[in-house]
Design a protein around this ligand. Structure first.
Ligand code: PLP
Length: 380
């Protein structure tokens, strides 16, 4: 089977990730931070090591400012609802995932919060003057998609952060599509909060994710409970405990740590460059297929390793179905949980077929995908 749905989740996982999960279950299976005996200390070390690896990856000085969550959705909910209060305004973009849009819509309906969506071009760019003009006196947060999961475009986070910081507004970056595959430095990019998921380019397991919160930012925790530390009083203020009530997914976090270790060893820039070669190879092949439309930045412009396409005369779902049933190629059709991105590229009705590559995708797999789509196009 050729798996090209890596923008949804990367698969297969590295053997060393699977090994780390299994080792954790066998040898580090106690509740981390909830006991002083050797096994519990080993479990706590697993969590600490992964936190430290992530801090290296994102250039975070103190790993206590990274908290573990279930996924990017959980992180984004925690960050948005931890900052925004009734009467506040939020600036965001048209290309956001529902993991951003739906919490904002919920706050609009239930908490009298307003938000503005800055439009994007069909290549996924936003006009920074329009972004700045969207700021109101009651704007308390900017939530920005680092890379669109539909268009593939990458937004200039450092320039956006500069605009926000001029008005003392923090920025929350949705790095679901970039963490692990695109260099992220929270300090030089001016990121106040970074939401990431463990199961995409970070090569870890589903059910893992995290949120970096700048030490200077006060964010209300979204839930309270047992933290293993200071059991006598109310919710502790110390990080990461404040945001991590309840038993974490220790085996998942063990696997995530090994995924991040792999990324640090190879180098994010090398991963990004290799993925550019793969996606450009796919796009160069697709370019010669009659009736095939590719969306997003043109070849040569940096993008995350995904491309959304449509083939005239065949619906996205039928194209994905044929690729699966006839060619054993897994891709995702539809709106990809980002309806605004589809409005932006004019595909809001039926969506597109998205091809998502990863560092582990091979050139042969790319060529087979091109050949399969060519055959389908020829047989229409
Ligand atoms: C841009 C973007 N944001 C958020 C998410 C949500 O990620 P998760 O499902 O891991 O919470 C995704 C997942 O597809 C995404 O692509």
């Amino acid at each position: 089977m050729i798996y090209l749905d890596n923008a949804a989740t990367t698969y297969p996982k590295l053997p060393e990730v699977i090994k780390a999960v299994s080792k954790c279950l066998k040898e580090e299976g106690a509740n981390p931070g909830r006991g002083g005996y050797s096994l519990a200390i080993r479990a706590a070390r697993v969590i600490y090591n992964t936190r430290e690896q992530l801090a290296r990856l994102f250039n975070v000085d103190d790993s206590a400012n990274i908290v573990f969550t279930l996924n990017a959705t959980d992180s984004l909910n925690m960050a948005i609802k931890g900052i925004v209060r009734p009467g506040d305004h939020v600036v965001t973009t048209m290309v956001e995932h529902n993991a951003v849009l739906r919490p904002l819509q919920w706050l609009e309906t239930n908490r009298k919060v307003e938000f503005s969506k800055v439009p994007a071009s069909s290549e996924g760019d936003i006009d920074l003057n329009v972004l700045e003009a969207a700021i109101k006196p009651n704007t308390v947060l900017m939530v920005i998609n680092h890379a669109s999961n539909v268009i593939g475009s990458i937004l200039p986070i450092a320039a956006i952060a500069e605009i926000a910081h001029r008005r003392n507004i923090p920025i929350l970056v949705d790095a679901a599509q970039t963490a692990g595959g695109f260099p992220i430095d929270v300090q030089t990019m001016g990121i106040d909060m970074l939401a990431f998921t463990g199961h995409k380019a970070l090569l870890g397991l589903q059910g893992t994710g995290g949120l970096y919160i700048s030490p200077d930012l006060e964010v209300m925790e979204s839930r309270q409970g047992g933290t293993g530390s200071d059991s006598s009083g109310p919710q502790p203020k110390v990080r990461p405990d404040r945001y991590e009530s309840g038993t974490p997914n220790t085996p998942g976090i063990a696997g995530l740590g090994v995924g991040v270790e792999f990324i640090l060893k190879v180098g994010v820039k090398n991963i990004f460059n290799h993925e550019q070669i793969l996606i450009e190879r796919l796009m160069a092949g697709f370019k010669n297929i009659p009736g095939l439309t590719m969306y997003g930045p043109s070849v040569g412009v940096e993008r995350v390793p995904l491309v959304s396409v449509n083939l005239t005369g065949i619906s996205p779902h039928m194209l994905a179905h044929t690729l699966d049933k006839v060619f054993d190629i897994g891709v995702r059709a539809g709106l990809h949980c980002a309806p605004g991105a589809h409005q932006t590229i004019g595909t809001a009705e039926k969506g597109t077929v998205r091809f998502g590559l990863s560092y582990l995708t091979t050139e042969d797999e790319v060529d087979e995908a091109i050949a399969a789509v060519s055959k389908i196009a020829a047989g229409r």
